[in-house]
Design a protein around this ligand. Structure first.
Ligand code: GLU
Length: 280
């Protein structure tokens, strides 16, 4: 197969760690072994957290690891109009959500039967039930709102869906397990789910390689592909690298950055060996 296109899609919110090295190497090798293309995408929709020095560090660290990628690099913050156009096409399958995080937590605490998914409590649907008049009134009053997907309505239109994971095989999509996800945030005209789905299609990605922490997100991405008539790539959700205590590496939990490991004397070969040994 020569038309394999993979990508690595980091967010420039911090320095890359070993988990990122595994993702990047998985995508790079899958493309190389198939004689295909490897792309890099900078997922910087969160303008308050993205920083140019982290973006530069991504390029430097990947080059140090021996990776090359096709240019131009797609930077999501330069393509908000693509996401807005997709959102407009979803029209009646979305609704404005005025809830704050606190409102949502309070509602979940109040209703013991609040729906739960693999990642915890789901959005309890408060704003799904607002009347059109009430929505209009609150928008006109200048209240900030996110845009959510009415997942029940969307699934009724899309019907049953499937996707293929290279490790786990044929999967029945279960978008309801994530609930009415946010497609555009209050502060950003898109969300991770929308931007990643649009970009993988626009960039011609045929194999999405990423960590299994994003396995469930694929249920929603598959639904968005059906609603927006986008091609369906294959997926390869690789295992996660854990520290000695079994905790998944994360920037927020102080995982050592690749450049710290480099400063401590490790070579790119050492990193490749570590990643190979750690990945299940
Ligand atoms: N930007 C996401 C992250 O850094 C990865 C998105 C993806 O690979 O789909 O976790």
């Amino acid at each position: 197969m020569t038309d394999t296109t993979t990508r690595f899609a980091p967010s420039p919110n911090g320095l890359l760690h070993l988990g990122h090295a595994l993702s990047a190497l998985t995508g790079f090798r899958a493309a190389r072994d198939a004689g295909g293309r490897f792309l890099l995408r900078i997922e910087d929709i969160d303008l308050t957290r993205a920083r140019p020095e982290f973006e530069q560090a991504i390029y430097d660290d990947l080059a140090w690891l021996g990776l090359t990628w096709e240019t131009p690099v797609r930077r999501q913050s330069e393509h908000f109009d693509d996401y807005e156009a997709a959102l407009a096409r979803l029209g009646g399958l979305t609704y404005p959500c005025f809830c704050t995080r606190k409102d949502i937590e309070a509602e979940i605490a109040r209703s013991p039967a609040a729906p739960h998914g693999p990642e915890g409590a789901l959005y309890p649907g408060v704003c799904r039930h607002l009347s059109d008049a009430e929505r209009r009134r609150r928008i006109d009053a200048g209240e900030k709102y996110a845009v959510r997907l009415d997942v029940g309505k969307a699934m009724a239109i899309a019907g049953p869906l499937r996707w293929r994971d290279r490790l786990k095989g044929d999967i029945a999509a279960d978008p309801a397990s994530l609930g009415d996800v946010v497609l555009a945030r209050k502060d950003v005209p898109t969300s991770y789910h929308l931007a990643v789905t649009i970009d993988d299609a626009l960039q011609g990605v045929t194999l999405v390689t990423r960590g299994e922490d994003l396995f469930h997100a694929t249920h929603i991405h598959r639904l968005l592909q059906a609603l927006l008539d986008l091609p369906v790539p294959d997926y390869w959700h690789h295992g996660l690298i854990r520290d000695a205590a079994g905790i998944r590496l994360a920037k927020s939990k102080g995982a050592p950055a690749l450049r710290d490991l480099r400063a401590a004397g490790m070579t790119a070969d050492d990193i490749r060996a570590l990643v190979a040994g750690a990945s299940p």
